[in-house]
Design a protein around this ligand. Structure first.
Ligand code: CP
Length: 307
């Protein structure tokens, strides 16, 4: 495995996270340059994406690199039966780094085992989404001025939502208090609750999405119910509309509260929230370009930035 690969957020320690956030801050101030001149980045998306793929590609284009890849695996030789191993080995002949999203948990880890080219996990099934986490951390830091000691409420699909898993693992370094709001069937997996217990992190489980919880929160992290992870669509229908944030629910929230969502949104944030200054999800997605510039340059060993 190339040591510069980014497969899971927990492979990065607290100092490295802070270093990546410093890089992201640098790239927000200097988004355009030629530091990836001559580099080829492959984006292999075996699952649909708007933000992750386009922000990675924007990140590369703004830094002078080139992008190859596919956004729909049915147009690749995967559709002829080529294995993931062979696909990764082939693309490794062409690219300096591979950004991949795959529906199988562990696919990015597997890819690191068949190539020496750095792999960046752009989401593997319900497991992790580390580049999303970096932009989430960057968004939290920008809006709160700190990552330390925040009350973070995660709402929705905490079972299949890979972004909340990665965010929990990253925020554990910064003494948070977590509120997890979900139905019993979509609750935060036990392995992540166990991490909280082991590390002495305060957390509370809720099935009601009450204004009392919103009013305590510094960050309200809404998530979509992940329809594509349900084998029984009737089970999805039962839970898809359980939690929707409406503007009126924010009336007594902290002035500094910010509402995040990895997007896409379905119906878990009413559009009447969009004009509230506490809504931050569109700016959050914009931060993805800078966070991904940070990840790509680190993975490519570009360490001479004037930070
Ligand atoms: N947040 C996120 O992963 O969005 P996309 O699925 O559009 O990439």
């Amino acid at each position: 495995m190339n040591s510069r690969s980014l497969v899971a957020i927990d492979q990065i320690d607290k100092q490295e996270l802070l270093d990546l956030l410093e890089r992201a801050r640098y790239f927000e101030a200097h988004p355009n340059s030629k530091i990836l001149d001559g580099k080829v980045v492959a984006t292999l998306f075996f699952e649909p994406s708007t933000r992750t793929r386009l922000s990675f590609e924007t990140a590369v284009n703004r830094l002078g690199g080139r992008v190859i890849g596919f956004s729909d695996a049915s147009t690749s030789s995967t559709s002829k039966g080529e294995t993931l191993k062979d696909t990764i080995k082939m693309v490794s002949n062409y690219a300096d780094i591979i950004v991949m999203r795959h529906f199988i948990e562990g696919a990015a880890q597997y890819a690191t085992e068949v190539t020496d080219v750095p792999i960046v996990n752009a989401g593997d099934g319900a497991n992790q989404h580390p580049s999303q986490t970096l932009l989430d951390l960057y968004s939290i830091l920008k809006t709160q001025g700190t990552l330390e000691g925040l009350t973070i409420t995660m709402v929705g699909d905490l079972k299949y939502g890979r972004t909340v898993h990665s965010l929990l693992m990253a925020m554990r370094h910064f003494h948070p208090v977590f509120h997890f709001v979900s139905s019993e069937k979509l609750k935060m997996p036990e392995e992540y609750l166990e991490v909280c217990r082991r590390e002495g992190i305060e957390y509370h489980l809720h099935t009601d999405f009450s204004e009392d919880i919103i009013n305590k929160s510094d960050i309200l992290y809404m998530t979509r119910v992940q329809r594509e992870r349900f084998s029984d669509i009737m089970e999805y229908e039962k839970v898809k509309n359980l939690y929707t944030l409406h503007n009126a629910m924010l009336a007594n929230s902290k002035p500094s509260l910010r509402i995040l969502h990895p997007l896409p949104r379905v119906n878990e944030i009413s559009t009447d929230v969009d004009d509230n200054p506490k809504a931050y999800y569109f700016e959050q997605a914009r931060n993805g370009v800078f966070a991904r510039q940070a990840i790509l340059t680190r993975a490519l060993g570009i360490d001479n930035l004037p930070l």
